[in-house]
Write a protein that binds this ligand. Structure first.
Ligand SMILES: NC(=O)c1ccc[n+]([C@@H]2O[C@H](COP(=O)([O-])OP(=O)(O)OC[C@H]3O[C@@H](n4cnc5c(N)ncnc54)[C@H](O)[C@@H]3O)[C@@H](O)[C@H]2O)c1
Length: 398
């Protein structure tokens, strides 16, 4: 097969797809980053990243200059590639069930561009069984296409560091798919771990559920201490100091974003919702904004207070607002007061004000996303600061 591209990344302008495309292109592959996001292509073509990603912009410019990366909206490029990597979003629906249809609808949309002999690598986090189902579906449609599942495990914002450092979990529906996928990723990942597709699919869900549950433990510990009138971080510091078995205990704080919640819910659905730990983690993490408001209402008539939310991204150092609990906090506060201010260093919104202005205008400041830029704000002692993260090191009592 004489293909124009070695790799076509479908969903190639996204948080996973674009860094991955850059990494493959930087490793010498001829890469097409294919997407439908018309609003992003010009910026990407001009060497500008559409979102924050450490060290990516310089690398993007390099691979554009070398001609190894082609951003594209053209479906013809899908047919012109030896390998297709699919990294579209895989959300849950409004009933918190995995959107079983979205991947298969996506396949139906593009199947006419798939060519015999291609390898399709699923890289989105998928419901267990999806890879085998896709392989069967392609066969039924008369397509002679190999299918693999190689999950993405990077932490958002540091993809172009971690892609080279993390072992790559590789799985294929046939030995040939497995071999081809392993060979493909060998140019960026230094190690491969080969398992069966369903094992790789479950591995990805377990990884994110594990992380989400750990955050929920810290959040529940925080609430237990706070309810008892104790300063959680005084206790946290005492128990983690020079004590190896507790040193990985996370701090309390908003745990959200586009992956952890939905992957925990997907794992729960996979076990017929028989995942009490995961279900509890959802209630605890998603309940933290409610808890903060409940505690504030015990002390104040919030209708008489001006409240500032410091940080709207889903995590510090990021411009990603997807599923951020700061927005949930804002919505809940709107039931209590109409004097709410929001700010974020990285998210542009005409409704937001500057961080210092927010501090100056507010009676109560809630540290929702502890961007490091907020470290030196001038906050008078008359202000009440709700700092579940203990970002300012003055305790976290609510
Ligand atoms: N964000 C992360 O840090 C991360 C980490 C590991 C795994 N994942 C998983 O990777 C997958 C993608 O996540 P993301 O954060 O990159 O999402 P994203 O929304 O940033 O990117 C998805 C991209 O797919 C494109 N797209 C959507 N429908 C399309 C279509 N029909 N044709 C072509 N392109 C289409 C979108 O325009 C977007 O650019 C999800 O399954 C997610 O769970 C994400």
């Amino acid at each position: 097969m004489d293909n124009k591209f070695d790799v076509c990344v479908l969903g190639g302008f996204g948080h996973v797809g674009l860094p991955l495309s850059i990494a493959f292109a930087g490793a010498g592959k001829r890469v097409c980053a294919f997407d439908i996001a018309k609003d992003k292509i010009e910026s990407i073509k001009s060497g500008k990243m559409p979102f924050m990603e450490d060290g990516a912009e310089e690398k993007l410019q390099k691979v554009l200059e070398s001609g190894m990366l082609t951003p594209s909206l053209s479906t013809d490029d899908i047919s012109n590639s030896e390998n297709l990597i699919i990294v579209i979003g895989t959300p849950t629906d409004s009933h918190l069930s995995p959107e079983f249809d979205s991947m298969m609808t996506f396949i139906d949309q593009y199947i006419k561009y798939f060519k015999d002999g291609q390898l399709i690598v699923l890289r989105s986090t998928v419901y267990p069984g999806t890879t085998e189902m896709l392989y069967k579906k392609l066969k039924e449609k008369g397509k002679n296409i190999e299918v693999a599942f190689c999950p993405e495990r990077i932490i958002e914002g540091y993809a172009l560091k971690e892609l080279y450092e993390l072992p790559q979990i590789v799985s294929g529906t046939t030995e040939n798919a497995e071999r081809r996928a392993k060979e493909l990723f060998s140019c960026i990942a230094k190690e491969a771990i080969v398992v069966k597709p369903v094992e790789a699919e479950v591995a990805k869900l377990l990884t994110n559920a594990w992380r989400y549950i750990r955050f929920s433990v810290a959040n529940q510990f925080f609430m237990i201490c706070n309810d008892a009138g104790l300063d959680f971080y005084k206790i946290y510091n005492a128990l983690t100091y020079n004590y190896p078995r507790a040193k990985d205990m996370p701090k309390a704080g908003f745990a959200s974003g586009p992956c952890l919640f939905k992957d925990t819910v997907q794992l729960s659905a996979f076990n017929n919702y028989g995942f009490p730990l995961g279900n509890s983690a959802v209630l605890i993490n998603e309940g933290l904004p409610f808890y903060i408001i409940k505690k504030l209402k015990e002390k104040h008539d919030l209708n008489k207070k001006r409240i500032g939310i410091l940080g709207m991204a889903f995590k510090a150092g990021s411009d990603d607002k997807r599923d951020s609990l700061s927005y949930k906090l804002k919505t809940l506060l709107e039931f209590e007061t109409n004097k709410i201010y929001c700010t974020d260093v990285y998210i542009k919104d005409p409704g937001f004000i500057g961080a210092q202005e927010l501090v100056d205008r507010s009676d109560i400041i809630i540290v929702a996303t502890p961007h490091k830029e907020y470290a030196n704000l001038k906050i008078g002692s008359e202000k009440e600061v709700i700092d579940v993260w203990n970002f300012y090191g003055k305790g976290a009592t609510v």
